[in-house]
Design a protein around this ligand. Structure first.
Ligand code: ADP
Ligand code: MG
Ligand code: MG
Length: 321
């Protein structure tokens, strides 16, 4: 969440991607018009890339055994998702749809709290065999994609892409607008506070309530995304099963409880927060060299509540103290 007083800004809120989208904006152009255009764009993306909605682009791709022609936007997204998968050695994997659905974490599985269950090892094994980004083939000349039995699910990067589009739309209306957009655990800065100052973003204590921050990040531009095991999960016999899956085991990843990534590029921040979560504390040395090379800084909280971070990920104390 963003810390401090923010008068002279206007606030707008909507519920998209199964989460609250909040826009705080100051602009000489009608802010309501900008906010509406952003919400409309986000809804378009939610519908288009909802893998579990009959007739959506991803639904059609996932349920076809043959090549499917796609538009330029989809081709670019598939291409980017595969690139991110390769760059992270598969920690970020856009083709885990079957596993995500098996666990009941697709928001459209309509499973209620009490209906969650841990899948049988045999089911997980079968889903793993059918999943993975290596299954996805792309024909760039024919602008076609073939999923070969795997299911695409952009849940780990779609909010990042939506924030990128939102930023572009806001700047088309008014390149001098400022404020920020928050989409369930990720923030995109539109411009410095009051046109000059830092926004102070709290990094949530993964074992505290929403407003309990372990430290703060100062941002004038760019994006910060956090993946946490507290976002979507269920508990059975004291064990927490959450929505970020290790592609190798098919189980919720255990090497971190929260990973925050700061980057100019909101898609990178989103995808890498998911990847960093999967890589976890065991592969921290790899993460801390890889992420800055890709253009991102990272902070990881281990299950023991230890904080690991790259040197350029600057954190500050509570500004009230
Ligand atoms: P949030 O949904 O809070 O933004 P993430 O950005 O980490 O959190 O995305 C988690 C979502 O990404 C899951 O709900 C699922 O749809 C998908 N997902 C789960 N595991 C992976 C993974 N290893 N790689 C890519 N996407 C994943
Ligand atoms: Mg993500
Ligand atoms: Mg995300």
């Amino acid at each position: 969440f963003i810390y401090g007083k923010t008068g002279q800004y206007q606030d707008f809120e909507d519920y998209i991607f199964g989460t609250y989208i909040r826009i705080k904006i100051a602009s000489k152009v009608n802010p309501e018009k900008i906010a509406k255009a952003i919400f409309t764009e986000m809804r378009r993306l939610e519908e288009k890339y909802d893998p579990y909605r009959e007739g959506s682009v991803l639904y059609n791709l996932n349920h076809s055994e043959d090549w499917v022609q796609v538009d330029d936007e989809t081709l670019a997204l598939v291409d980017l998702s595969l690139k991110l998968a390769k760059q992270t050695e598969g920690a970020f994997d856009p083709a885990l749809g079957r596993l995500i659905d098996l666990w009941g974490f697709s928001k459209y599985s309509q499973r209620s709290e009490s209906e969650f269950k841990v899948p049988e090892p045999r089911e997980i094994k079968e889903a793993i065999l059918l999943s993975g980004y290596q299954k996805i083939t792309v024909d760039y000349l024919k602008k076609s994609v073939k999923t070969n039995g795997a299911w695409l699910d952009f849940g780990g990067m779609l909010k990042g892409y939506a924030l990128k589009r939102a930023y572009q739309i806001a700047k088309e209306y008014d390149k001098n607008c400022h404020g920020f957009i928050e989409a369930g655990g990720q923030i995109m800065i539109l411009g410095p506070k009051f046109g000059r100052a830092n926004w102070i973003v709290g990094i949530r204590n993964p074992r505290g309530n929403t407003y309990d921050s372990i430290s703060y990040v100062y941002l004038k531009e760019g994006s910060i995304a956090t993946s946490g095991d507290y976002e979507r999960y269920f508990e059975i016999d004291g064990v927490r099963y959450h929505h970020i899956l290790d592609p190798q085991t098919g189980l919720p990843s255990r090497g971190a409880i929260s990973v925050s990534v700061v980057s100019e590029d909101p898609i990178l921040a989103d995808a890498l927060s998911t990847a960093g979560f999967v890589l976890g504390k065991d592969r921290w040395l790899y993460t801390r060299t890889l992420f800055p090379k890709l253009g991102a800084e990272v902070l990881l909280i281990t299950p023991e509540m230890k904080i690991l971070k790259t040197d350029n990920f600057s954190i500050y104390e509570n500004p009230d103290r």
